[in-house]
Design a binder for this molecule. Structure first.
Ligand code: AMP
Ligand code: ZN
Length: 115
């Protein structure tokens, strides 16, 4: 298995886990783009939104549940935070294992897209 996020799930790559339940895992992004930059991934390898099925509602709801819980515990809700999914090559997806980016901090984040 060459997927870097699957290696994080299997603990082949050690990472400080921020949040975990039976369905999802969250950890700090290695190259943070904001004071807080956390990734939430499903434990199962799913490449992108396009590969989700209607049977995967537990995964999508767990990903948002994790985002809400992390934002609450790390006080991101106080200032606001952004949740991003880069889906596919044109969107800039580099790791083809579905993930939410959670970006937050006290400073206002930059524009949603660079012009
Ligand atoms: P994306 O461009 O949406 O696919 O984002 C992939 C993200 O994964 C980037 O923000 C990378 O910095 C991050 N990343 C890649 N490898 C690791 C790793 N080993 N641990 C934590 N984050 C990683
Ligand atoms: Zn994977």
């Amino acid at each position: 298995m060459s997927c870097i996020f699957c290696k994080i799930v299997s603990k082949e790559i050690p990472t400080k886990i921020i949040y975990e339940n039976e369905t999802v895992l969250a950890f700090n992004d290695i190259n943070p783009m904001a004071p807080e930059h956390i990734l939430v991934i499903p434990k199962r390898h799913i490449e992108s939104i396009d590969d989700l099925s209607s049977n995967d509602k537990d995964i999508t709801s767990s990903m948002f549940e994790a985002a809400r819980e992390i934002a609450n515990v790390r006080n991101l809700s106080e200032y606001g935070y952004r949740v991003i999914i880069n889906n596919g090559k044109a969107a800039g997806q580099e790791v083809f294992h579905l993930h939410l980016h959670i970006l937050g901090g006290k400073e206002k984040l930059g524009p949603m897209l660079a012009k």
